[in-house]
Ligand binder design. Structure first.
Ligand code: SAM
Length: 270
């Protein structure tokens, strides 16, 4: 098999450099949609990515690099990624904050086919708005061994910097898909297991749901919960019992409790 071409190495000290401008633009959803790229900040996240088989197209690293970043730069370069060594001022510009990470990776977005998600439990989110919730749910789905996460309709971008940060590396491990509502309902109907919606008015206590394969756990949007149409498509509507005065759980917390309850009997200690 032929070796990949080694990536280039550049040194940049000007914040006006076009390459730096293009990387910085990836903080905006529009630029991410146009290029299909996204940013992952920090040495740990890039190492996680490599371990999961994701190769960055480029990394931008503080000049002079630490020993660990230098080794990482050599590794990704050998895999074909370009390496840009940048001054502290340029790093701040790219990260859009003071005291940025010492290395930032640029990756190609990858989405999965929901049909290829396997027989485990899928988490589906109807129009989640908060990128922190989306990232936390991807991390939770990974931690609890979900088969994948589906974002339905116009949702927060899972490849935004805030969402990627909240995934703590799970963006590189979890199968992720996006679907419109109609396509999702058709997919859910074609899947063997039930579509289990979570709803404040659900008639079934989630703790009574029995184990089973190919289930989909469906969560509603932060403001108004599941739409009527989506709730009507569910085989069961479950509620998570609450005490106290809060009217509901935060979306990411409800997903964690819901998925944990559904997977309780399948999780092994340790
Ligand atoms: N005011 C919204 C409503 O009427 O549904 C609250 C939405 S809640 C913040 C976001 C989502 O978390 C809900 O759509 C549901 O999927 C889930 N959720 C939160 N608390 C829940 C509970 N006690 N039982 C079932 N689902 C819950």
């Amino acid at each position: 098999m032929s070796q990949p071409r080694s990536g280039s190495v550049k040194q940049v000290s000007s914040t006006a450099n076009p390459l730096i401008k293009a990387v910085r633009a990836l903080h905006q959803r529009k630029a991410r949609a146009e290029t299909g790229l996204f940013l992952a900040e920090g040495h740990k996240l890039i190492v996680d990515a490599l371990e999961a088989g994701w190769i960055p197209t480029m990394i931008v690293a503080l000049d002079p690099p630490t020993e660990a970043v230098s080794a990482l730069a050599a590794k990704v370069r050998a895999l074909g990624a370009d390496v840009v060594f940048a001054t502290a001022a340029v790093m701040e510009k790219v990260a859009r904050r003071e005291n940025p990470q010492t290395v930032i990776g640029v990756f190609e977005q990858q989405l999965a086919d929901p049909k290829a998600m396997g027989p485990g439990t899928i988490v589906a989110l109807e129009e989640p708005r908060d990128p922190g919730n989306v990232g936390t749910i991807i991390r939770t789905a990974d931690a609890l061994g979900a088969a994948g996460v589906i974002l339905i309709g116009s949702s927060a971008d899972p490849f935004g910097v805030e969402a990627v940060r909240a995934t703590m590396g799970s963006i590189f491990h979890m199968k992720l898909a996006r679907m419109e509502a109609d396509a999702f309902r058709a997919f859910a109907a074609s899947r063997k297991g039930p579509l289990i919606g979570t709803h404040l008015a659900g008639s079934v206590d989630i703790r009574t749901v029995t184990p089973g394969a190919s289930r989909i756990l469906l969560m509603g949007t932060e403001q108004s919960g599941l739409t009527e149409r989506m709730a009507a498509a569910c085989d069961t509507l479950v509620r998570i019992p609450m005490a106290g005065k809060a009217d509901s759980f935060n979306l990411a917390i409800a997903t964690a409790i819901g998925l944990y309850e559904l997977r309780r009997g399948e999780l092994t200690a340790g």
